[in-house]
Design a protein around this ligand. Structure first.
Ligand SMILES: NC(=O)c1ccc[n+]([C@@H]2O[C@H](COP(=O)([O-])OP(=O)(O)OC[C@H]3O[C@@H](n4cnc5c(N)ncnc54)[C@H](OP(=O)(O)O)[C@@H]3O)[C@@H](O)[C@H]2O)c1
Length: 205
């Protein structure tokens, strides 16, 4: 599979790219700066390109920029992405004295990304800590949701390559509200227990 990781110069995207290269996938890292993309890509055996070049001609685009840049970045790449399926991994977090809270918008970033793009958007991998992924497959299961069956199959295939557990179909794109909200729960767990928590679903056959 040809995969573009937009924002692949960041902690999460680079760790994801490393695991995908290790699994034998053809990965291109995207950045606002083509030189930075090439330099970071070289660290993990991936190619690098400016974001709009990176997303052309791939099978799946992972949108892994800083979460508050996800929507503007998607908007700027509408034409370059075209109909290519997009995996959104972003979660909005609010850091408060009481702890980490999910975003205030009732709709997920993934649903709002879908409104901007012609391409089918799926969401997943929210529970995979970059720090965990950087040292090998992330512990636990990966949850993926989406409304487009083909795009979801691609994202599930990608997810299965980067976790020790299973890649699980968590239903329609609206499930991204829960998956993105769960990131706040995971970050609170990480802070409380000084850990890199993951998610493991029980009771499935
Ligand atoms: N960190 C985690 O453990 C984790 C876990 C699961 C999911 N995620 C999700 O993964 C995504 C990336 O997380 P991260 O921790 O890797 O983020 P990050 O390091 O803060 O940022 C990733 C990349 O986003 C790009 N970026 C930053 N500001 C931008 C802007 N204004 N416009 C366009 N691009 C911009 C930068 O790439 P260039 O400067 O090279 O363009 C940067 O390297 C987030 O959506 C996050 O919610 C993270």
């Amino acid at each position: 599979m040809k995969i573009a990781v937009v924002g692949g110069t960041g902690d999460f995207g680079l760790a994801l790219a490393q695991r995908l290269v290790e699994a034998g996938e053809d990965v291109v890292i995207g950045s606002r700066d083509a030189e930075r993309a090439a330099a970071k890509g070289a660290e993990v055996g991936a190619r690098g390109a400016a974001n709009d070049d990176a997303v052309r001609g791939v099978d799946l685009v992972v949108l892994a920029v800083k979460s508050d840049a996800a929507l503007p970045t998607a908007k700027s790449l509408v034409e370059a992405i075209g109909d290519t399926p997009v995996l959104s991994v972003a979660s909005e977090l609010r850091f408060t004295k009481q702890g980490v809270l999910p975003g205030e918008d009732a709709r997920s970033i993934a649903e709002r990304t879908q409104e901007l793009l012609r391409a089918p958007v799926v969401a997943g991998l929210h529970s995979l800590a970059a720090a965990s992924l950087a040292s090998g497959k992330a512990d636990g299961d990966a949850l993926v949701c989406g409304d487009d069956a083909g795009a979801k199959e691609l994202a599930l295939a990608l997810a299965a390559l980067v976790v020790t557990g299973r890649a699980l179909d968590a239903g329609p794109l609206a499930s991204a509200r829960a998956l993105e909200g769960m990131t706040a729960v995971i970050v609170n767990l990480n802070k409380r227990y000084r850990a890199h928590a993951g998610v493991q679903v029980t009771g499935l056959h």
